[in-house]
Design a protein around this ligand. Structure first.
Ligand code: PLP
Length: 404
């Protein structure tokens, strides 16, 4: 029970972890319908709208989007088992906790992973990608596998530059990217960057509850998968392609989540527009960074070009425990913040500012953090929320000027 009331929870909970994110009422209403027959004409129409709509979200014209009733971890596994044969060599990068977990999946399927070490404060270095591939004259490396936005660190890797480094090395490796916390929040371009497999989930920028996993796959990767021989059954792209043509799935799909997905695609693509979605995320991220810097706290991400627009990871000073800080914030202000993951446990808390979110929700979140800092005794300067408000208001003034 929260300290401000010992009888009941007052107002709405602030869910500002970096996913699952807040589900808009419109999406909840869309999901809140009687489940329909997944072999009906009505369902086929729904599935086609989702499959085609997701291509717009991934920014792809060719290839195929596979939708699984699964979390992101399932979609990670799907990307691996459809693409490789045992013993094949791949390049992965230690950008944080999620890159480390994905590596473990690849290794558990017998891939030989060249896992390039990192400090969890930087993204994938495109020059290292270039030199590794150039040195691989025999083309033994079958894929470059990256996490676009490391949700554990708030660092966004520059996938366009990774692609350019691969092209400069003239290497045929596949490019496989986890876009779980970047899709529909941070600009992602499947076709332009010639990404072969992108892995996504429903519970972040898509503003849905957890439960859908995605593989967005190029024609090249579909061709490679026909020869790949890792064991697969539930995840097999092959068995999904034909039924999807007519709007069906080889097994029972998550029907009601697909109602929600159709609504989300409409909100993001047709109504707000993806460029506006990205700009909104940039604004909220920039306001958050200004607040953190004004507090005199340290951003975990050390490279401004790699600042994440979907979350901000903040280092607490030595001697202060993030779990204790988050507990205090939750109990006093009904605000959930993201925890420190893996080797950042105890040291870093994360502010999620992705998904369905507006200026006042951000201000409330930052107020919760600032009040938590006051109560916890963490040394900080007072004016973080003010810095964020100043930035948000000046940006609004600029927008007004432009539209006149
Ligand atoms: N990859 C990234 C970047 C994530 O943020 C997450 C979860 O937060 C995952 C993978 C794993 O996804 P899930 O927890 O849905 O299985």
């Amino acid at each position: 029970m929260h300290r401000y009331s010992n009888t009941r929870e007052l107002g709405r909970h602030f869910l500002q972890i970096p996913g699952p994110t807040n589900v808009p009422d419109r999406i909840l209403r869309a999901i809140d319908r009687p489940t329909i027959d997944h072999r009906s004409v009505e369902f086929a129409q729904l599935a086609r709208e989702c499959l085609e709509g997701m291509k717009m979200v991934f920014k792809m014209d060719s290839g195929h989007v596979f939708i699984y009733p699964a979390s992101g971890t399932g979609a990670w596994e799907a990307a691996i088992v459809n693409t490789f044969s045992p013993g094949e060599r791949v390049l992965m990068f230690e950008t944080g906790h999620f890159a480390t977990l994905w590596r473990a999946i690849a290794e558990s399927f017998g891939l030989v992973v060249d896992f390039l070490p990192g400090d969890w404060r930087h993204g994938v270095d495109p020059t290292v990608v270039g030199s590794k591939l150039t040195a691989d004259a025999e083309h033994e490396i079958k894929a470059v596998i990256c996490v676009h936005n490391e949700t554990s660190t708030g660092v966004t890797s520059r996938i366009g530059e990774v692609r350019r480094a691969m092209d400069a090395a003239n290497h045929p490796a596949l490019l496989i990217v986890d876009v779980i916390s970047s899709l529909a929040s941070i600009d992602y371009r499947q076709d332009e960057w010639r990404v072969d497999v992108a892995v996504a989930g429903s519970q972040k920028g898509l503003m849905l509850p957890p439960g859908l996993g995605f593989n967005a796959v190029s024609e090249k990767a579909i061709a490679v998968s026909k020869k790949a021989c890792l064991p697969r059954s539930f995840w097999a792209w092959d068995s999904m392609l034909e039924p999807n043509e007519s709007g069906f799935f080889p097994y029972t799909p998550a029907t009601n989540l697909l109602f929600g997905l159709r609504e989300a695609i409409s909100m993001l693509v047709s109504e707000e527009g993806l460029q506006n979605v990205f700009h909104r995320h940039y604004r909220h991220a920039e306001a958050t960074r200004r607040a953190v810097q004004a507090w005199g706290l340290e951003l975990l991400c050390q490279e401004p070009e790699e600042y994440s627009n979907s979350l901000t990871a903040v280092l607490l000073p030595e001697g202060f425990d993030e779990a204790e800080f988050r507990r205090l914030v939750l109990e006093n202000f009904n605000l959930s913040l993201g925890s420190g993951l893996g080797k950042l446990k105890g040291r870093v808390f994360r502010i999620g500012h992705l998904g369905d979110f507006n200026d006042l929700m951000l201000c409330g979140t930052l107020c919760g953090v600032e009040m938590g800092l006051r109560k916890s005794g963490v040394p900080f300067r007072q004016k973080g929320v003010e810095a964020a408000i100043e930035y948000l208001s000046s940006e609004l003034r600029e927008q007004t000027c432009v539209s006149k």
